[in-house]
Ligand binder design. Sequence first.
Ligand code: ADP
Length: 264
Amino acid sequence: MFVVKVGGSEGIDYDSFLADLIQHDDYLVVHGGSHELNNTATKLGKPPVFVTSVSGFTSRFTDRETLDIFNMIYAGKMNKMLVEKLQGLKVNAVGLTGIDGRLMEGKRKQALKIIENGKKKVLRGDLSGIIENVNTDLLRLLMDNAYVPVLTPPAISYEGQAINVDGDRCAARVAVSMKADTLIILSNVPGLLRDAEDEASIITKLSIDEIDSHIESYAKGRMKKKLLAAREALEGGVKRVILGDARGKAPVSLSFQKWGTIIE
Ligand code: ADP
């Protein structure tokens, strides 16, 4: 089986993605919604706040109000948009967050250690964490009965609170737990680029040992998390991770034909 994660960034062609996806068998979908969330949160007078951790990764500061808007966009608009489109294509999709059936469970971060204006700072009140367990029984129950799960953050903490988790790492965790052989991460770039501004500078192949140095040297912003997710997937037994482009006509098929960045 394979897991495909489709991003939430600008320019993604969801109709083409789904029309192509349903030509394949035995998959589940994880999705994001970052661009839409940023827009809606800004319209609602609650613009996004991004913080940088001491280790150099960027994340969304998620207080309760942000989490409520997060649910509106991820669990509401984006998830139901994908499920509706799949239903229109006669695929019996079921949309779930990690809260539902404790599908994706993990530890809430106690505090964020961030860098602000060059200074270290501890930030509290953030509702985010890392997924440690996936309810594979629930996913198998669905898949064994021909339903296609469409999954999205948030996850759930051990205490039963919704927590924001990174979508790419969420997809990696699901792929590991479901023993997927391939994880495809589709976004609005052709793959990992040497120069984020130059689409021709794609790195077509990468080994697991090179991931850390590429996180340092080439990946900026959110691309760092995609590489981190790739490493977590491969370390957990997934055979290959493909970073592909969701703006084209057949992004899943092209990924299987080794377009994009292949990490093995
Ligand atoms: P999604 O919402 O699809 O998960 P993001 O927008 O969060 O995707 O992350 C993809 C973005 O990462 C690209 O749009 C690009 O601007 C950025 N990026 C930073 N560094 C790189 C790089 N080296 N190669 C490709 N993309 C990069």
